[in-house]
Design a protein around this ligand. Structure first.
Ligand code: FRU
Length: 424
């Protein structure tokens, strides 16, 4: 990819590459990078809805923030249909797996609140029906802007298309709970351009979503990460020496890996409010390695930029593989170069005995990692499963230089605040 011309005082950069050689270092079941087993007798947050991607309320610096002592999370959410004839199997039993697998098509943004950073109480939908311009409300980030309780919710409006949007509202607290008011006018921000980021016209399986705005701790400017694929017609990408990396003899064959073209995108705001954005070339590309680098986010620690992103086994390219989980990269400056954490990029993967136990990990600056339960085997062969759609146990992790270590496990959905804002 060509170097960009300088924009808004942003230094031109080359995307960093997650190479096939890096990915060959991925080792499933390394205890320092594997999530502890999730037991099949997990509690369910709410039996009326499935929840998955969890988005803690935070400030622009990444700190998880409570308001007046109330913790708040947003979740992608969909109704469960235990009594709907459309979700009964041949024997007349509720086919929860089919219901769960269909959830993306009816995903809506909901919120929850808690005094203890766990045992979340149901808040409700953030936007009323009809406010969001498309069928699906996909992942993003709620940002607490100030002590008046104003919140900018950045998210992805999907089907038709995929547009990064934002909607402003306000969080209101009482002694008894939290409500969300406003969230009535959705502002489209940008879509894939086909030059840096792949469009639907170039690839029906394109990804463009999951905005994560932040203030750069070094230059103070407002930026946004997002998930993308590298622009170009599907099948036209080249997996050359740079993408392959330094592989051992016998590992030069890249098979059909040109179809896997994930990248972590970045945009810079032209204004202080984040209403006007300019896309920049990707921070990181995974051409020939993986097709999805989802929900990218940062932890800023020790003057370094720790870039995390979630990915799947099924999105890996021919000849490389790894568990579902969160992967990470580190750099000394925002625009890189980024190197894979732990050599391979793998930070926290599912154990191979329970490959789908959790997903959508979110690493918080306090080292806690939240995720949701997808499905957990209930018998030794793994043919029987229990579907989750609820919060997973939180994992404690230490980040040290270019390495990470699993160091603890906490309660289901434990997301404690890092700071509290008293509303005026
Ligand atoms: C991750 C994800 C996000 C997307 C959402 C759709 O679990 O794939 O990238 O916004 O789920 O349901």
């Amino acid at each position: 990819m060509k170097t960009t011309t300088e924009k808004f005082g942003v230094t031109p950069h080359q995307p960093s590459l997650w190479t096939r050689a890096d990915a060959l270092k991925v080792r499933a079941d390394d205890p320092t990078t594997t999530q502890p087993l999730v037991s099949a007798d997990f509690p369910v947050l709410n039996n009326d809805v499935f929840i998955w991607d969890t988005m803690p309320l935070r400030d622009l610096d990444g700190n998880v923030t409570s308001v007046d002592g109330w913790s708040v999370i947003f979740t992608l959410t969909a109704d469960r249909h235990p009594n709907d004839p459309a979700y009964l199997d041949e024997d007349g039993n509720y086919d929860i797996l089919r219901d769960w697998n269909d959830r993306h098509g009816r995903a809506k943004m909901y919120y929850w609140f808690s005094r203890t950073g766990k045992n979340w109480e149901f808040g409700g939908r953030v936007m009323a029906e009809g406010v969001s311009p498309t069928a699906r409300e996909w992942a993003g980030t709620p940002i607490l802007l100030n002590d008046r309780g104003e919140v900018d919710l950045y998210y992805t409006a999907v089907t038709p298309g995929a547009t990064i949007v934002k909607v402003r509202g306000r969080v209101v607290t009482t002694e008894h709970g939290v409500s969300m008011v406003g969230f009535e006018k959705v502002k489209p921000l940008f879509e894939a351009d086909g030059k840096m980021y792949q469009t639907e016209a170039q690839n029906a399986f394109w990804g463009f979503r999951d905005p994560w705005p932040f203030r750069d701790p070094k230059d103070g400017k407002l930026y946004m990460l997002f998930e993308g694929n590298v622009a170009g017609e599907r099948g036209s990408h080249k997996v050359g020496e740079a993408e392959i990396g330094d592989v051992p003899p016998g590992y030069e064959d890249v098979g059909n890996s040109r179809f896997q073209t994930a990248c972590v995108g970045i945009a810079v705001a032209r204004d202080a409010d984040g209403d006007d954005w300019e896309m920049l070339p990707p921070l990181l590309t995974a051409v020939g390695v993986n097709d999805q680098t989802e929900r990218p986010h940062f932890v800023f620690q020790d003057g370094k930029y720790y870039l995390f992103t979630i990915s799947h086994t099924f999105t890996y390219a021919d000849g490389v593989t790894g568990p579902d989980g969160v992967y990470g990269f580190v750099a000394d400056s925002l625009f890189g170069p980024y190197v894979p954490l732990n050599g391979s990029g793998l930070v926290l993967g599912n154990p191979s005995s329970q490959p789908f136990q959790t997903y959508s990990h979110y690493v918080m600056p306090n080292g806690l990692v939240t995720s949701f339960i997808d499905s957990v085997p209930t018998d030794a062969t793994g043919t029987q499963i229990r579907v989750g759609g609820t919060e997973a146990p939180t994992v404690g992790m230490k980040i040290k230089g270019q390495q990470t270590f699993v160091v603890g496990e906490y309660d289901y959905g434990y997301i404690p605040p890092m700071l509290d804002v008293t509303l005026k």
